[in-house]
Design a protein. Structure first.
Length: 368
């Protein structure tokens, strides 16, 4: 029963040793191809919130349905700062016009003023009256109607003169109500000339709203890059020497968080690789062994992530750190085998070992 394995392993070992050089080159070529697909895998890094959950999760399904019903609420802020208010206003208008010219798949809406909001509020301001105040007005009006059933009247809240006349006839004090709601509607008065501005026009803002999924990194980055390109082309210094322009808001936050995540991935990968290599060299004190083990690890990691590109196709915020984990766990077997190999070398003839050390390490790497 054990005759087949006993015959197989000696033949297998001799074949690896005989063709170790050719096999090493072959595996290296395969690893380089896999390295390219590993790069594509990490390039398709998805930090979307829904990517952390299975696609079959109810919350993910609901989010996909909702994303098709309305454009994203995430927005990019183009913040303009200058002591020259007029120059800031011109730049604000030019940026808004250039952003509106972008394709609808990049930007859904651009706003630099509150004209639409003010118009909407003025048209439907009566709907913002509290229910308690409406009930009080209705109660007083019904009481007065009983005494003046033959007189036609109108609340006339839109016209101040008619309103005062109606108030006198109905006995309703609308002056107090008007003062109450005028104070509430004063929020729009914070923007002189209806533009998004503060500090007497020294700080201005343009809002560009993202279409589609608000958590998609690709859409956020595309909008941020497009806005940055527009700012560079307009050149704020042509408007005012002291003008400074920056990007902020939800969109820019997503872009910067993703950039920092990629930065952390690179740092963790480099640090883990250096530390693992240094520890192995300090323990075994053999450069050839470290090179052979590093080669083995490189091939294994590249093949792992190269295959993942075809099996999965992307990484999320959690699986993105698998590079360091695969290195840390994948190094265990080569270390054990290298320790055994070095032990056997010490037990063998020193002269023979020196003559065949390089070939032996190559065979070891191929076997791993």
């Amino acid at each position: 029963m054990h005759s087949t394995p006993q015959k197989f392993w000696p033949i297998f070992s001799k074949s690896l040793h005989r063709y170790s050089g050719r096999l090493s080159v072959l595996f290296l070529l395969v690893a380089l191809v896999s390295c390219y697909f590993s790069f594509l895998l990490y390039k398709n890094l998805r930090t979307d919130l829904e990517e952390l959950l299975p696609e079959s999760a109810p919350s993910v399904q609901d989010l996909k349905i909702a994303s098709h019903r309305f454009s994203g609420m995430n927005h990019l802020e183009v913040v303009i700062e200058t002591q020259n208010s007029k120059a800031g206003e011109r730049f604000q208008k030019d940026v808004a016009d250039r952003l509106r010219a972008l394709p609808p798949e990049i930007v859904a809406q651009v706003k630099e003023d509150v004209r639409e909001e003010r118009k909407f509020f003025e048209k439907y301001r009566a709907f913002y009256v509290d229910l308690v105040d409406l009930e009080e007005i209705l109660t007083q009006a019904k009481a007065k109607l009983k005494a003046e059933t033959k007189k036609a009247f109108s609340l006339g809240l839109d016209d101040e003169a008619d309103s005062d006349e109606s108030s006198r006839r109905l006995g309703i004090n609308t002056k107090k109500l008007r003062e109450k709601y005028d104070s509430k509607s004063g929020t729009l008065d914070r923007f002189p000339d209806n533009y998004f501005q503060m500090n007497q026009g020294k700080t201005r803002v343009v809002l560009a709203f993202l279409p589609g999924k608000v958590t998609a990194v690709g859409g956020n980055k595309t909008l941020s890059d497009a806005a940055g390109k527009i700012i560079r082309e307009l050149n704020p210094l042509n408007y005012a020497p002291d003008m400074r322009v920056g990007l902020g808001g939800d969109v820019q936050n997503v872009v910067e968080e993703n950039r920092e995540l990629v930065k952390d991935l690179v740092i963790s990968f480099v640090v883990v690789s250096i530390l693992v290599t240094l520890v192995i060299w300090l323990f075994f004190r053999t450069l050839s062994g470290v090179v052979a083990l590093s080669y083995t690890l490189f091939v294994g990691v590249c093949l792992t992530f190269g295959a993942s590109y075809f099996l999965v196709g992307y990484l999320n915020a959690n699986t993105a750190f698998l590079g360091s984990i695969v290195i840390g766990n994948g190094i265990n077997f080569p270390i054990i085998l290298l320790a055994r190999y070095c032990e056997l070398r010490r037990q063998s003839d020193r002269k023979s070992t020196r003559l065949n050390s390089s070939h032996g390490y190559i065979s070891y790497a191929v076997f791993c």
